[in-house]
Design a protein around this ligand. Structure first.
Ligand code: HGY
Ligand code: MN
Ligand code: MN
Length: 419
């Protein structure tokens, strides 16, 4: 009869194996000058999915694919009724992605499993490693779509019918790459942990080793379409134009001024803009662009939403154009489970690592799982504070520290048992 492992036992991860596994995985969708592009449900992301399933099976995990393509690899526990400890993140990337955003959290989960296997340790509870579909929201919106559907925050059919900017339907792509599953993921989640790179400058600037994530700021994505009238750039007097390109630029400029006026934590990004007919000598008849608003305060974010829509209306009136606005994503700020957050901090400090609390600027699957189970995140530093950039980098020592914290948290929550 296996006995309980003593609490002094520390689950030892293999830092070299972890680092190598991330480098090897980074070859899937590798870009010529470094970095990775594995946009959700493309052939390169499928290749990443296939490799992940292969590695999960190689570790003896039972693999389930759910109806939105989320991948779950489960190591059974001794007590089938004791629920599961979930470790998750994502393997899809933006088109200028790095090796670590999302992928670290999934592969660190596999490293925890490998460490348990190496030590011939059983656990009372099951442990599930999850990779959620379309976390980035780069190709299909909203972001965190797979975990949002998993927690019941978006109807499956709405998700499957979501169209990318080029008109491709999400459900069709999911079927095409062979990941339209029929399983349901684990439901009795006792705790969820996500290890992620900070993607910002704070930990590095303060030489802090582990970020204890208190919560995630609010996110509001808008797609704005301006309808104007195409005209000759050389013969049409300025006063007679209905210039969608000018209107779009004015909206972006005034949204930036609004952001400055709100100040402190308000963020605003226009990362996409398409003009039609997109010709040097034709006044644009149409502009389609996005505005990404973020704020840790729900009230301030709401105010920013209202101001943006008012700006769009005002500019349309001034420029003789017509605007339509479509929300692409809207998530209120969340706070993680206090008990779990404390256990992240205590575990990191018991390992001798420096820690500090911080709020996540980026969205994460953890903020969705927090709707159905206690969730917490661990951050490790990003070199230069950059991410969503091919030069994204986190040192092997930082990767190892974050994964060591994850391993202790998960094994503690899962309950180690000697074989
Ligand atoms: O947009 C985000 O914050 C995340 O990368 N999906
Ligand atoms: Mn991420
Ligand atoms: Mn990201």
């Amino acid at each position: 009869m296996p006995c309980n492992a003593s609490s002094a036992d520390r689950l030892m991860i293999d830092a070299a194996r972890l680092s190598q596994s991330i480098q090897d995985f980074g070859r899937i969708g590798a870009l010529p000058n470094g970095g990775v592009c594995r946009l959700a449900l493309t052939d390169t992301e499928k290749a990443g999915r296939d490799e992940l399933v292969r590695r999960m099976q190689g570790l003896g995990l039972t693999v389930h694919i759910d109806t939105i393509g989320n991948i779950f690899g489960t190591r059974a526990g001794q007590d089938a009724n004791a629920g599961t400890i979930m470790i998750g993140s994502h393997i899809d990337t933006v088109s200028t992605g790095g090796l670590y955003d999302g992928t670290l959290g999934v592969l660190a989960g596999l490293e925890v499993i490998a460490a348990l296997n190496d030590a011939h340790l059983e656990t009372r509870r099951a442990i599930t490693v999850a990779a959620f579909t379309n976390e980035e929201g780069a190709r299909f919106q909203p972001d965190m779509l797979g975990s949002l559907v998993f927690v019941g925050g978006m109807p499956l059919q709405d998700a499957l019918d979501t169209l990318a900017a080029d008109g491709t339907r999400l459900g069709t792509e999911l079927k095409r790459i062979g990941y339209a599953g029929s399983d349901d993921g684990p439901r009795n989640i006792v705790a969820y942990f996500e290890l992620h790179i900070e993607q910002g400058p704070v930990l590095e600037a303060e030489t802090v080793q582990i970020g204890v994530v208190s919560g995630v700021q609010g996110i509001s994505w808008h797609e704005i379409t301006v309808h104007g009238r195409s005209a000759h750039a050389g013969t049409t007097p300025m006063a007679l134009r209905s210039d969608a390109g000018l209107a779009a630029s004015l909206i972006v400029q005034r949204a930036y001024e609004m952001t400055q006026a709100i100040g402190s934590d308000q963020l605003m990004t226009t990362g996409t803009m398409r003009l039609t007919p997109d010709l040097v000598n034709v006044v644009a008849e149409k502009a389609v662009f996005t505005v990404d608003l973020r704020n840790p305060s729900g009230a301030a974010l709401k105010q920013a939403d209202v101001s943006l829509l008012q700006i769009a209306e005002d500019v349309a009136a001034e420029t003789g154009t017509r605007v339509t606005c479509r929300p692409l994503a809207r998530f209120d700020p969340i706070i993680f489970d206090q008990r779990l957050v404390e256990s992240v901090e205590k575990t990191a400090q018991s390992l001798g690592y420096s820690t500090r609390h911080l709020h996540s600027g980026a969205g994460h699957d953890a903020q969705m799982i927090a709707r159905i189970a206690p969730a917490a995140m661990i951050f490790v530093p990003s070199a230069g504070g950059i991410s969503h950039n091919i030069r994204e980098f986190t040192s092997p020592d930082d990767l190892a520290r974050g994964t060591t914290v994850l391993a202790q948290l998960v094994s503690g929550q899962a309950g180690l048992m000697k074989e």
